[in-house]
Ligand binder design. Structure first.
Ligand code: GDP
Length: 535
């Protein structure tokens, strides 16, 4: 007799199996926006490349929306894009590209099952790539590598693989190999199935590239590739076979080995075979990791966690959206769930699918999917919502801020809106907001990792909350959260602040001072992130 008479479990499993939730990590300018757009193009989510972003015509963007982003051509906000291709449902979580916004990116990486590391073929591994790679590594998620801009003069493919291995400490195995000299890219040889893909340039890469596929012995290949390139490929392939480890799925799943693909995103070259391998190798949604242990996604009861909050995403709506990743079970519109941090029951009546600025109400969602919830101020990053058992999840990583300033409002009549902006932008993680526990006026102190965060804060305060603010820089360059009992903070040489959850944070003038204090205060623990919060 069937134990699943309604077929619910079978349906749930099928939906989980066909999902791939991932992010692209890269250094700014490597081509992430271009790749995102091309993947959407392949998935049929957009009809023509150029809709996500085109530098010359940025008002048409889908994934970028802030005026400041448009002016500067950087991506500081993120959204979630869903597309279907060959019956696989992809959730691409867009991560902000600028290094100052890594905190936001960190949180997004908590919600993916795999990542694509995108490198510029001429530049190799760059600083931002290293930072983001480390986050993925710590989470133990599998990482694919795409080496982009192969149409331009690039480093030698062997040098690039060597750099990935040496700098990142991960085994790099080429799944495809470029044909042609660097800068004269003709196509790729796909090693696992011994096929050659030759590309033709398209006008501006607007449509899918017509791709000629053949075996190495095919006469078509001999026609399109001259003897020099042919010999070069033979030589290089011999070296690859002799020198490079065979691909090992287990090592890949453990995050110890990365399959490498060569591509030219702007012309769609190399993306079709990448997508095939990605679909086959990328894991479907995994278990929810809780303090109590792993909860499989097939668990009947729904649960999901908020990984990101975004205020004023859409000028027409002016509300706060909480991005929730469905972790277990099936999500349904109007369902009542428990919000564990507050203990409240909430009815999720307006769940959205977000596609850049556009949003549409959804009826249901499965593990790996991202649901936008209009946030009445209740949700925070790291919150768990569940229709089942009250699990606790570990808190999200955070950077210890290194830049600090008091923030003053120019016109006091806007005080209410100032407080609101402070709360909402702090909640989003645009900056962290600290307070001096001894100050009666509670003048907030903004804490950031990079200058751009402060600029974005100022700009959004003006645009979205109509508040002109002025910064007063403070002379600290390091901070740590403190754990332990201390009665008289006056006895310490650091400055004591509190974060938004009233957890004590120490600010230090410099690293040397910080290390002195850490060495001297053996009874206290100093953490570069907040201690785990009890749910
Ligand atoms: P992001 O900052 O990582 O999002 O990078 P973009 O996608 O905005 O790309 C940065 C620049 O590189 C843009 O001028 C793109 O047109 C260009 N670009 C992206 N992919 C390629 C490629 O495959 N070949 C070449 N030549 N340029 C590319």
């Amino acid at each position: 007799m069937s134990t699943d008479p309604s077929g619910f479990q079978a349906e749930l499993k099928q939906e989980i199996d066909r999902r791939r939730t991932f992010a692209i990590i890269s250094h700014p300018d490597a081509g992430k926006t271009t790749l995102t757009e091309k993947l959407l193009l392949y998935g049929g989510a957009i009809q023509r490349a150029g809709m996500v972003t085109q530098k010359a015509n940025r008002h048409q963007t889908v994934s970028d929306w802030m005026e400041m982003e448009q002016r500067r051509g950087i991506s500081v906000t993120s959204t979630a894009l869903q597309f279907d291709y060959n019956n696989i449902c992809y959730n691409l979580l867009d991560t902000p590209g600028h290094q100052d916004f890594s905190e936001d990116t960190y949180r997004t990486l908590m919600a993916v099952d795999s990542a694509i590391m995108l490198l510029d073929a001429a530049k190799g591994v760059e600083p931002q790539t290293i930072k983001l790679f480390k986050v993925c590594r710590e989470r133990g998620i599998p990482i694919f590598t795409i080496i982009n801009k192969m149409d331009r003069p690039s480093l030698n493919p062997f040098e690039l693989l060597d750099e990935v291995e040496k700098v990142l400490g991960i085994l790099a195995v080429p799944m495809t190999w470029p044909i042609g000299e660097p800068g004269d890219f003709k196509g790729v040889y796909e090693r696992p199935n011994r096929k050659v893909h030759l590309y033709e340039r398209t006008s501006g890469g607007q449509w899918k590239a017509p791709v000629a596929t053949a075996g190495l012995e095919d006469p078509h290949f001999a026609e399109m590739v001259d003897e020099h390139d042919r010999n070069l490929l033979d030589e290089e392939l011999e070296m690859v076979e002799g020198l490079i480890h065979p691909f090992d799925v287990d090592l890949f799943h453990e995050g110890e080995m990365t399959p490498v693909f060569f591509a030219c995103a702007i012309n769609n070259f190399g993306l079709d075979n990448f997508l095939d391998h990605f679909t086959e190798l990328a894991p479907s949604p995994g278990a929810l990791k809780t303090v109590e242990g792993e909860v499989p996604p097939e668990t009947e009861e729904f649960s999901g966690f908020v990984y990101k909050i975004q205020a004023n995403m859409n000028k027409a709506h002016r509300d706060r959206v909480a991005f929730m990743r469905v972790a277990t079970g099936k999500f349904q519109k109007n369902m009542s769930v428990k919000h564990l941090r507050s203990g409240k029951k909430v009815k999720l009546s307006f769940p959205y699918r977000l596609f850049g600025q556009k949003r549409e109400i959804i009826e249901e969602a499965y593990p790996g999917d991202i649901v936008g919830l209009v946030n009445p101020g209740l949700f925070r990053s790291g919150d768990l919502l569940t229709a089942g058992k009250p699990y606790r999840i570990p808190s999200f990583p955070r950077f210890a801020p290194e830049l600090f300033c008091r923030v003053h409002l120019a016109d006091q009549t806007h005080n209410k809106s100032f407080r609101k902006g402070m709360e909402q932008l702090g909640e989003e993680g645009v900056v962290q907001v600290f307070y001096d526990p001894r100050s009666y006026s509670r003048t907030p102190v903004l804490a950031a990792v990079g200058e751009l965060q402060l600029e974005v804060f100022k700009e959004r305060m003006k645009e979205e909350y109509r508040c002109e603010v002025r910064f007063e820089r403070l002379d600290y360059t390091a901070s740590r959260w403190i754990v332990g009992d201390f009665d008289s903070p006056e006895a310490f040489t650091f400055t004591l602040m509190e974060d938004e959850a009233q957890r004590p944070v120490a600010l230090f003038r410099n690293e040397w001072h910080m290390n002195q204090v850490i060495g001297n205060e053996q009874d206290l623990t100093f953490l570069p992130h907040p201690p785990d919060v009890e749910a």
